[in-house]
Ligand binder design. Structure first.
Ligand code: ADP
Length: 543
């Protein structure tokens, strides 16, 4: 017997309708190329999204056709999110920091028909355009006064593109399983792979991240996503904020500028900010140098890479800010776990709380987790057994776009292999020890590069660090610590290695230290271990 409840589809357009009706006045502040501090509201953004949907309707697009963006976080990009998906097309956000060959591959593989682009990326597009096959037109996200000169064909100005359109638009009734957005993984090995989100997966993920122990978003929050709209839907914030009516503060091209981020937080009363560790390192360094305190910020969600202990401490002790670590990936929309203390844990000592805070967190309701050994047996949640982390849930991908059945990413019983190695403890807290391909195997035992990096990041002379495995005659592989020193600091190798004493078991301590000026970073600001391993391919440990 079925329940007698309405079967209403979960659609992105329903969020647009809700935001327009209930929080139309709530502010959205953006940094754009044409305006250093642009102010608008949810009502205006959704109205302009309806204008844009009318304009898209004239382009002869069919339902499911891909419309691409190459843009920073601002109100126009947000309008595209709602217009494209709401009208039944697929909003394909592209990461501009990818290599040119990857960008060409992605644009062609997705068969993007139109591209909405930030004026700052026009020189990039001009270089690629000859090799991009299916693109019919380009819309530049600015007004006529700021249009860049270009010799590309069929290039329009965004403001003029929508200006004459009516703001009345009937959002179509779509199937909730219809594709809504597309995002390619960065593809550290092989070609990037497309993750195709649906309206349903997007809404369920947005409901999930709203919850108090996840982002805890409400209409009273002012939120600064320093996570890009061009990568995994900025962790779902554009949808969740519209659902609850939070104020949105969008930093445009200033995502890595500690000073601008600080100013935005201060002037716009930002109490929740989200980003990857490298971004927060820049912000913390700026506040330290400038002698500023983050007075208005209450909590920050940090994920995408392991959060160093010193970062949690710095936010807590210098700024009174709560850090919530999160873990997830493009294939998971992206959030899978978030770290908040369980009832009773508030009585723990500050050090004990930090021991928990450095973990990736607990699985959200809706995201099932399991850890498997090499023989495919499930491992206990005992805080010490480590193995391959697999996930399952309504916002986890079931396959990759145009690779259906061919990617070997899923198990026969329907779980997705994350490519991460993890430990889960009895309370359900997950620790990511490594990516499978970054694991260091010494004498048949695993050493967690993430844990070693975490320890050394607390050393006062270390700006950033990475640990990689180097071939070793006796042990197979041994860890090498690669360090970028802080300005004016000059720690010796011995001093750094001794810092590990009593913090990790002695056989984990790296065999040597190498100093470099800069760590190679991926398009999403994570350390590119593959490149680092290549850089040190000829390195041999001293005898
Ligand atoms: P890419 O880096 O290829 O763009 P994602 O953005 O999807 O891919 O990154 C997902 C990966 O980032 C995870 O599989 C995991 O290895 C890493 N990651 C994310 N959050 C954390 C975390 N809190 N701790 C450790 N690793 C993390």
């Amino acid at each position: 017997m079925n329940g007698l409840m309405m079967d209403r589809p979960l659609l992105i357009s329903s969020i647009a309708r809700h935001a327009d009706r209930f929080h139309h006045e709530r502010e959205i502040v953006s940094v754009t190329v044409d305006d250093p501090l642009h102010r608008t509201s949810w009502g205006t953004v959704i109205g302009r999204a309806r204008q844009l949907a009318n304009a898209l309707g004239r382009l002869g697009l069919k339902q499911g056709d891909r419309v691409a963006t190459l843009a920073w976080n601002d109100h126009r990009h947000l309008e595209i999110y709602y217009a494209v998906s709401g009208a039944g097309f697929v909003c394909h956000t592209i990461n501009p920091r990818l290599f040119p060959e990857q960008l060409i591959f992605i644009l062609n593989h997705a068969e993007d028909r139109w591209l909405f682009i930030d004026p700052l990326f026009m020189p990039l597009l001009e270089k690629l355009a000859a090799q991009v096959t299916g693109l019919e037109g380009v819309v530049v996200l600015t007004d006529e006064a700021h249009m860049p000169a270009t010799n590309l064909e069929n290039v329009h100005c965004y403001e003029s593109f929508i200006a004459a359109e009516k703001s009345d638009y009937e959002w179509p009734d779509l199937d909730e399983n219809a594709a809504s957005a597309l995002c390619y993984t960065s593809g550290t090995t092989g070609d990037p792979k497309g993750v195709l989100y649906s309206h349903r997966s997007t809404l369920l993920h947005a409901y999930a991240v709203l919850a108090p122990d996840v982002m805890g978003l409400s209409c009273r929050d002012s939120v600064l996503p320093v996570v890009p709209l061009f990568h995994v839907n900025a962790w779902g914030v554009p949808y969740a904020a519209a659902m609850c009516g939070a104020k949105l503060v969008l930093p445009g091209p200033k995502m890595a500028d500690g000073e601008v981020l600080y100013r935005l937080m201060d002037s716009e009363d930002v109490n929740l900010a989200l980003g990857v560790p490298t971004v927060w390192l820049a912000l913390l360094q700026y506040t330290e140098k400038a002698g500023k305190r983050l007075d208005k910020l209450e909590r920050t969600i940090i994920g995408g890479a392991a959060v160093p202990r010193m970062m949690i401490e710095a936010f807590r002790d210098r700024h009174g800010v709560e850090v919530r670590q999160g873990w997830g990936m493009t294939e998971m929309s992206p959030v899978g776990t978030v770290n908040t203390l369980k009832a009773g844990m508030e009585l723990l000592s500050p050090e004990e709380k930090l021991d928990i805070g450095v973990k990736a967190g607990r699985g959200l309701f809706g995201c099932e987790l399991r850890v498997m050994d090499d023989e495919g047996r499930e491992l206990p949640w005992d805080g010490k057994s480590y193995g391959a982390l697999q996930v399952r849930g309504p916002w986890v991908c079931s396959d990759y776009f145009k690779l259906e059945g061919n990617s070997e990413s899923h198990t026969a019983d329907g779980w997705f292999g994350t490519g991460d190695v993890a430990i889960i403890d009895a309370e359900g807290f997950v620790t990511i020890t490594d990516r499978t391909k970054d694991v260091i195997k010494s004498g048949g035992e695993w050493i967690s590069s993430i844990e070693l990096e975490n320890v050394i990041m607390s050393h006062p002379s270390v700006a950033s660090a990475a640990v990689i495995g180097i071939a070793h005659e006796k042990w197979g592989e041994r860890p090498l610590l690669v360090v970028v020193r802080k300005e004016n600091a000059n720690p010796g190798k011995q001093e750094l290695l001794e810092f590990f004493n009593d913090k990790v078991v002695s056989w984990w301590i790296p065999n040597d230290v190498a100093f470099i000026d800069e760590l190679p970073l991926t398009a999403t600001g994570k350390i590119k271990k593959l490149d680092l391993r290549k850089q040190f391919a000829d390195y041999r440990f001293p005898d």
